[in-house]
Design a protein around this ligand. Structure first.
Ligand code: FAD
Length: 511
């Protein structure tokens, strides 16, 4: 407080000096407070000169600071801060067209920014932040289809369609992601009988690098349709998407503990052809990785036991967050989860709405701080028949590198119907690894090392790895896991010859 008064006095003093231009009019009391009596004995001109010099220095340094301070975008892991040139938040297509036409430098596209390796930005790019571009353009409950602007989140789509008893056909487990980010990654969920989201997309609209607005579907501009879905913002901005929807049915949860080596035959005999199964996944318990809990939500006519249609927005996630902390940090935390917490969590057979089960909020995973350590995801895909050869490689690499794994979720996905950067070239099992890592450079280097080992293991099993996560795979690994990469890169060169649409993923692999 006293310090502030002193500064205020000093400021007033200098202002008077400048305004009055008269030293003698300054009350000596003020000067006393500032303890600068001796200083006042300096020649008036010298003093004014020094003051002017100091002001000029301050103004110029502030100016250059403001000029140098570029906005920084980051993703949920906080591992990838990227200084960009600027950011726009369009609300209509013309603003996107104008930004693309008038900006000479690189352009990146940001959705919810949940990808984890800088896929939404690169240095000195203009980021088009799509989160304000989120209207519903058309909806038909009869046709079970919806057309949306792609900055809309799944949650907002769910709120719109729930009243018509409809549900998103394919999406991730959480509802925070944007439709555009989900299409560009070609996401999948825990849905039985479905694969990547592309099979639920009827049509998209895009703005290309030359500012042209196009429509793309399976017949018109089909190369762009199959390139942009799963294309990580490299071909242009997807502005609108028409998606087919499905019924919002009631589902009943059942679960079962199995040995990991029994899982594939259990899946084939019990789940794969069960027409009632809607969601299914199996969690492999670390650190021993020998047991799984297989969880299925099946269509039912029973009354709901969970009264909500969607997850309430005001849910508090303190307990969830504490549980993740215990699992990742406490000695015996992983044992506790497997033998105490999960048996409690999975007690009973709740009946809920499909939309409720599809509206999880990522807040439940958020740690108090991501400064020293952070939660991260990775995902690997292998053809169904290679399940038994892949998981021993996976678990031995994780153990050898002492990776702090909290969970591995197994999912099943049907073959991709044609996207150029398909991660499922046949029916696959996916292994989603949720783990904790440090944020120091040496931690990142360690992760890079074992990530490449895991990528190699999946390639050796004729599989692939997922691109929205940290970008550690080598160029050779990228082209081995994505055999049509060259087709995509050639298409990109053709419709984006100046390499306008950029982000860290394309900086790594687009040569
Ligand atoms: C907690 C968590 C759980 C997850 N669970 C799943 C899961 O169950 N299944 C799954 O498949 N994935 C999952 N993911 C990965 C997630 O689906 C992707 O990271 C997805 O991209 C997130 O969407 P977003 O809106 O945040 O996209 P962003 O991260 O913002 O963008 C992803 C990519 O899409 C591009 N892009 C975004 N919008 C557009 C647009 N309109 N036009 C063109 N390009 C665009 C960006 O440039 C970027 O390259 C999960 C991620 C997290 C953090």
């Amino acid at each position: 407080m006293t310090k502030n008064l002193y500064s205020l006095n000093t400021l007033l003093y200098f202002i008077r000096l400048l305004v009055c231009n008269n030293f003698s009019s300054i009350p000596s009391k003020t000067i006393d407070v500032l303890h600068i009596r001796e200083f006042m004995s300096l020649n008036k001109c010298t003093y004014r000169f020094l003051f002017l010099l100091a002001s000029l220095f301050l103004i110029s340094s502030r100016f250059s600071y403001a000029q140098n301070k570029s906005p920084v975008v980051n993703d949920i892991t906080q591992l990838n801060p990227i200084e960009i040139q600027g950011l726009i938040r369009p609300t209509n297509t013309q603003q996107i067209v104008l930004a693309i036409k008038s900006n000479k430098g690189p352009i990146s596209i940001g959705g919810g920014r949940y990808s984890m390796g800088g896929q939404t930005a690169t240095e000195q790019a203009l980021q088009i932040d799509m989160r304000g571009f989120d209207s519903v353009m058309h909806f038909s409950a009869v046709k079970k289809e919806i057309t949306v602007q792609t900055g809309i989140t799944w949650r907002k789509v769910q709120e719109f369609i729930d009243g018509s008893d409809l549900s998103v056909k394919i999406m991730q487990t959480y509802a925070n992601f944007t439709v555009g980010g989900s299409l560009s990654v070609n996401v999948h969920g825990r849905y039985i009988g479905y694969g990547p989201i592309i099979s639920s997309v009827k049509e998209i609209k895009m703005v290309l690098a030359n500012g042209e607005i196009i429509t793309a579907n399976r017949e018109v501009n089909s190369d762009i349709f199959y390139g942009a879905i799963g294309g990580y913002g490299g071909l242009g901005v997807i502005t609108e998407a028409t998606l087919s929807l499905t019924d919002n049915c009631k589902v009943k949860r059942t679960d079962r503990i199995l040995n990991l080596n029994e899982y594939q035959s259990f899946f084939n005999s019990t789940i794969a052809n069960d027409s009632l199964a809607v969601f299914h996944n199996a969690d492999i318990y670390p650190k021993r990785y020998n047991k799984v809990r297989a969880v299925t939500y099946s269509r039912t006519l029973d009354d709901v036991t969970v009264p909500y249609r969607l997850k309430p927005l005001d849910t508090r996630y303190g307990v969830h967050q504490a549980v993740y902390k215990i699992i990742s940090e406490y000695p015996g935390g992983k044992w506790l989860r497997q033998h105490l917490l999960d048996p409690l969590l999975f007690k009973g057979n709740p009946v809920e709405w499909r939309n409720y089960e599809a509206s999880y909020d990522v807040s439940e995973l958020e740690p108090k701080s991501r400064k020293r350590s952070t939660y991260v995801l990775q995902e690997y895909f292998v053809p169904e028949n290679n399940f038994d050869s892949f998981y021993p490689l996976l678990t031995s690499i994780l153990n050898r590198n002492k990776v702090n794994v909290m969970n591995i979720s197994i999912r099943n996905a049907k073959k991709d119907p044609g996207s150029i950067l398909a991660w499922a070239n046949t029916d696959v099992f996916a292994f989603v690894i949720y783990y904790k890592q440090g944020t120091k450079q040496k931690d990142k280097e360690e992760v890079a090392k074992w990530t490449r080992q895991l990528v190699e293991a999946s390639i050796s099993c004729k599989g692939s790895y997922y691109l929205p996560y940290q970008i550690w795979a080598t160029s050779q690994q990228f082209t081995a896991a994505y055999p049509n990469a060259l087709t995509y890169l050639t298409l990109k060169k053709c419709i984006d010859p100046d390499y306008k649409f950029r982000n860290k993923l394309w900086d790594a692999y687009y040569k």
